[in-house]
Write a protein that binds this ligand. Structure first.
Ligand code: PAF
Length: 286
């Protein structure tokens, strides 16, 4: 694996005649990221990963400061799993003086960012769009590989790709879970043992909601029950439990036909904010 710290040096090194899959990350890598690398390997000659803790997508400075940074372990893991190129830039390399970031940050994502993470983290998706568009311009991949855990982020990135008329394909990889069901996240390592035990309830409640929906139960009581069950735990503070149409991200209206029905949540677990979601198995909807 070859590591580059500047866009210029990475651009020069990348073999443009080969198919490239790109996995953008913020580091503190885990098995979920390695599933992205594995998916990237399939059908592509070159796998590129980036590690960049993007300051413009953090709406709380304490969250940015606390975000785990483990570049050496990350590089070793990427190498072991067959990544070819690692881009490890500085803030100045991603956002050089005078760099025009308006192309992506200026997009109005409408309802896609009006709820859930968009509503609870002002500016977050503008920052994500800004950095992902910049990274895509540098790497110019055929395929962008992202995780389902950030369901709304994927929808926003897809919309950005469409609005900017980019040709990159967006490949989404299912969430990888710990044996007890907790979604893998870089933030999990910030949990103390008690919080880690409490965090298991997040997936349990999402599974209960998904099972309820599949059995035909109405949306609102399911959301309220899960919210109350999570809030009942002294270490958990849920921000939302939302059932929505996976294409529009609009709240689901009972009885509507949707291609993909999803339930998502954000829960503060001590100082750590965790998100997770479940796609409902509509095939088993009676
Ligand atoms: O999902 C993430 O880790 C980040 O939001 C991303 C896509 C790398 C952009 O900073």
């Amino acid at each position: 694996m070859r590591t580059y710290q500047t866009a210029d040096s990475l651009r020069k090194a990348l073999p443009r005649h080969k198919s490239i899959a790109f996995v953008p990350t913020m580091g503190a890598l885990h098995a979920g990221h390695m599933a992205l690398i594995k998916a990237a390997r399939q059908g592509h000659e070159i796998v590129v990963a980036s590690i960049f803790v993007n300051p413009t997508q953090f709406n709380e400075s304490t969250d940015l400061d606390a975000y785990p940074r483990t570049p050496q372990e990350d590089a070793a893991l990427l190498k072991k799993h067959g990544c070819d190129f690692l881009y490890l830039p500085s803030v100045a390399d991603i956002y050089p003086t005078g760099f025009d970031t308006s192309a992506a940050a200026g997009i109005d994502f409408g309802p896609l960012t009006a709820t859930m993470e968009g509503a609870n983290r002002p500016g977050h998706f503008d920052g994500v769009a800004q950095v992902v568009s910049r990274l895509l311009a540098i790497v110019e991949p055929d395929t962008l590989v992202m995780g389902q855990k950030d369901y709304q982020q994927v929808a926003v990135v897809r919309a950005m790709v469409q609005r900017l008329d980019l040709t990159v394909r967006v490949l989404v990889v299912p969430t990888v879970r710990e044996p007890d069901g907790l979604a893998m996240s870089s933030r999990n390592r910030l949990l103390n043992p008690g919080e880690r035990r409490a965090a298991v309830l997040i997936n349990r409640q999402l599974s209960a909601v998904a099972a309820g929906l599949a059995a035909g139960w109405p949306t609102q009581p399911l959301e309220q029950f899960a919210l109350a069950a999570l809030g009942d735990h002294e270490l958990l503070d849920p921000e939302y439990v939302q059932i929505f149409d996976g294409d529009t991200l609009l709240p689901y209206v009972d009885g509507d036909n949707v291609r993909e029905l999803v339930v998502a949540t954000a829960v503060r677990c001590g100082q750590v904010r965790l998100i997770d979601n479940r796609i409902v198995d509509l095939l088993h909807n009676p």
